[in-house]
Design a binder for this molecule. Structure first.
Ligand SMILES: [Zn+2]
Length: 422
């Protein structure tokens, strides 16, 4: 005695109503001497919509896998399957399948053979489709066609250059080749350093074809930069000395830029021509070099005092902040994997978080003990620290306020710079 399940589905185009489907499938089960142990009824599930776990089809698959019944009875293939792939899924549960119209009958050896053939063909079709896709992509790369997928900044989807984006890409390559840093370029063009790096390392901008990460030839699209510039940029990116060559960033950011205060209460910036601090609020202008020199000398003296070491507890909230930022960055991968975020958005957010993490780490260094920062950096004195480290130390320890100098007075007057310890 077999246990049968009836699968019924009402579709808008179908004439056979649910009642008639039930009647005829039940009749077949009775004729064979089977016990009907379940009815699975889907209403208004369109042919194109997937039948998920919440549908009767989904519950039936689960019950079939659990061995609740031995055979599925449906009126015809149109009721039972949307695609030949559904047959694979059903066969994989181990249940036998039979239709009233006799088209499908897995309860006999003959019918099973026929169904297995159908299912094999369906599997073959699915695999072939995947292969055709991969081959088409490979041919596109090999033939120099425009790569499919995410649109590349600077190019339209048909491979033509988007002029204003192309200008930015060109400016990034030329700027970096000329000595600009990722940081300064990212500020100038309002992109994250990681986005700038991604652009600078993409051979497609030099008209080079890439397949699976390898340059395989020349593309049919217009190059935005010439090969020599591209190669020079790659060499500069790989140069370890670049990390300490700060010419690009120091040109814009000096020791006190956006850090030193003005006597009016504003914050000073680098004057357009460089070399001087300038207050946008009141117009105060001071020459940088003597001010910076004075601040660094005072800082140096301070760090040599025995109480410069601070208790490590001060850094606890910062460690907590860094940990939570790292968790958020790690979480992005799972959002990407689950399809909740796109690759572009994930990259953008990840690099923004990395910038924040680096900032917190600098503050941790400064809080953990200013003299330790100096000792661990290997620098002989404050002047030997990187600009970022110097700024972080000042930010953590000092409030620097600039005042107007006395007109006509020669030389640097220390009274025109006020230093308050935090
Ligand atoms: Zn001012």
């Amino acid at each position: 005695m077999k246990r049968a399940a009836l699968y019924l589905r009402q579709s808008k185009s179908s004439e056979a109503g649910i009642d008639r489907q039930r009647e005829r499938t039940r009749q077949l089960a009775e004729d064979r001497g089977w016990t009907v142990v379940g009815e699975y009824e889907d209403n208004d599930v369109s042919a194109s919509k997937a039948r998920g776990a919440g549908t009767a089809w989904g519950r039936m698959l689960a019950d079939a896998t659990a061995g609740v019944f031995d055979v599925v009875v449906a009126l015809d293939l149109d009721r039972l399957l949307r695609t030949t792939r559904d047959l694979n899924v059903l066969i994989d549960t181990g249940a036998k399948v039979i239709t009233v119209d006799g088209e499908l009958n897995l309860t006999t050896a003959d019918g099973e053979f026929r169904a297995t053939m159908l299912a094999s063909i369906a599997r073959f079709e699915v695999r072939r489709k995947g292969e055709r896709q991969t081959r088409a992509n490979a041919q596109r790369a090999a033939g120099g066609g425009v790569p499919k997928g995410v649109r590349l900044t600077g190019y339209a989807t048909d491979g033509s250059v988007v002029e204003d984006e192309g200008r930015v890409v060109r400016a990034l390559f030329e700027g970096f080749a000329a000595g600009d840093t990722l940081r300064s370029l990212s500020r100038e063009h309002d992109r994250t350093p990681s986005t700038v790096r991604t652009i600078l390392t993409n051979p497609r901008y030099a008209g080079r074809r890439v397949y699976k990460g390898e340059v395989v030839g020349t593309g049919s699209w217009d190059a935005i930069v010439d090969g020599a510039t591209f190669d020079l940029v790659q060499r500069r990116l790989a140069d370890p000395r670049r990390q300490t060559n700060r010419t690009g960033s120091t040109a814009r950011k000096a020791l006190g830029t956006s850090l030193f205060r003005c006597e009016c209460g504003g914050t000073v910036r680098t004057a357009g021509s460089g070399g001087r601090y300038w207050c946008p609020s009141c117009g105060l202008v001071r020459t940088m070099a003597p001010v910076d020199d004075f601040v660094l000398r005072v800082l140096q003296r301070r760090l040599q005092q025995p109480d410069a070491e601070r208790p490590a507890d001060d850094a606890a909230p910062l460690h907590e902040e860094a940990r939570s930022l790292r968790e958020r960055r790690d979480g992005l991968a799972s959002l990407l994997a689950r399809g909740l975020m796109g690759l572009d958005a994930v990259e953008e957010q990840a690099s923004a978080l990395t910038v924040q993490i680096e900032d917190v780490e600098r503050r941790i260094d400064a809080a953990a003990g200013p003299s330790r920062v100096l000792a661990e950096s290997g620098a002989a004195d404050v002047a030997g620290l990187s600009l970022d480290r110097q700024r972080a130390l000042i930010d953590a320890l000092l409030v620097v306020t600039l005042h107007r100098g006395v007109r006509g007075r020669r030389g640097f007057d220390p009274d025109t710079v006020t230093l308050e310890w935090r």
